[in-house]
Each structure stands twice: as C-alpha cells, then as structure tokens.
Ligand binder design. Sequence first.
Ligand code: PGA
Length: 259
Amino acid sequence: MRKHIIAGNWKMNTELGEALALFTEVKTMAKAEVDLSQVDIMVFPPFTYLFSLKQLNDTALLIGAQNVSWEDKGAFTGEVSARMLRSVGATHVILGHSERREVFGEDNSMLIKKINVALENSLTPVFCVGETAAEREAGKQIDVICKQLKDGLFQLEADSFKKLVLAYEPVWAIGTGLTASPGQAQEIHAAIRSFISGHYGDALAGDLTILYGGSCNTKNAAELFREPDIDGGLIGGASLKARDFIDIAKTLTAVKNRK
Ligand code: PGA
C-alpha cells in the first residue's frame, strides 16, 4: 500500500520561539482537523529544534532532519550523525535536495554514503530528484532524473530501496512560485515509477510513495494530488504557515479518498 505523505521542509528558517509556535499550531490543527490514519504529516525543522519539537510532540506527527553526516562519529567538526538524529527523535532525513547538490556540492558518491548510513540507523531517506530549467528546455528531464535514480539509489537491495520515500522536485519550481503543471508532474512521476519497476519490479514500484515538491501551495495542491502517481507533497515555503500546511494535508486526504 502506498502511503500518502505531506512533508514540510522548513529549510534555514525560524528562530526557536517561531519554530515552537509553528509546530504547536501545526500539531493542534492536525489533531483537530486531519485523519492521521490517512496521511503521514512530517516536518523537517533545522537541527537545532529537533529535540524541542520531539518534546512538544504528543501526536502522530513525524519529525525529520534536513541533512545527515555519512560518518558515524568522531573528529568531524560541524557534522551531525544519523545516530544523533535518532536520539533526538528524528525518523526521516531529506537527501539529494537540489539546494544541497548545488549550493553545497553534494554528489552521488556522498549521497550514497548518506543513504546507507541513514538506512543502517533506521532513518528513512526522503530522496529528491529533479531537473534544472536548462535540462527541461533541452528535453532531457526524464534522462536526468533516471540517471539521478540509477547513480544515487540503484546500488540498494530491494529490501532497502522499498523503505525510501522519493520526491520529484523540478529545480526551476523550487521557491520560484513556478509549479510544474499537473500533466508535467504526472509524466515525471509515472516515468520514475516505470524506471524503478524496470529495476526492482512492479510490486515495489507500485507501493513506493513519490512526492511532488516545488512551489506546491493551497491553490495548486488539489490538481497536483489528483494525478494518480503523485502521492503527496514536499512543501517548502507554504510549510512555514501552519494554516496552509494543514490545508494542503487536508486536500491530499480529500482528493485521494474521493477515488
Ligand atoms: P518550495 O520548496 O515549496 O518553497 O518551492 C520545496 C522544497 O525545496 O522542498
């Protein structure tokens, strides 16, 4: 069974007071308004607030990290290990985000190590793929994404691969207000599923959750979520407003239950 997920990527936003207030609002609204058996709601705050949010969390909300070190422990100044993340309550970690690939130079060899260490420590990777505007203009989007999947993930055994959550995030849509049209997003989601099916089989590919991310908001969520291969959203900007974030989660459950 495919899980439906709404994930909020807070990126490098909020100070402590704001983070606590935002999480409190999200959890209060989630409890009152969302059937959490129908959708997993997860938030990815900066590292510094993970523990405080875990302490506040008296719901089924899930909390994840935006990054992890591939090292286990030791002399790696500034790094945060998977085991540390587990110990403060994180269950998920975003990997392969285009901001980490582009701004911080994370390449496939680093991502493979991070995925492995996350899985070894029972942290679920939310692995992002997506093409740039230039790659789309050149008609290479599907090739680029299949290569990201193959180079980043296909070293995994099926038993590990099936634990992943994937996110399609066209780089040109992240934080820009431009969104992939439902048709464009569905085309890529279906291509991802079919490419994975070719390597791991139909059953595994059919059960995989693939999120859409890139300027997803309360206005465009319903039409995106109506597409059969879009199983939820990875939400950046709109996840910083509790009302919008929860409304997007409610949209997902409403759209998927209508089918
Ligand atoms: P956005 O970010 O919703 O602000 O475009 C999405 C993301 O980067 O995960």
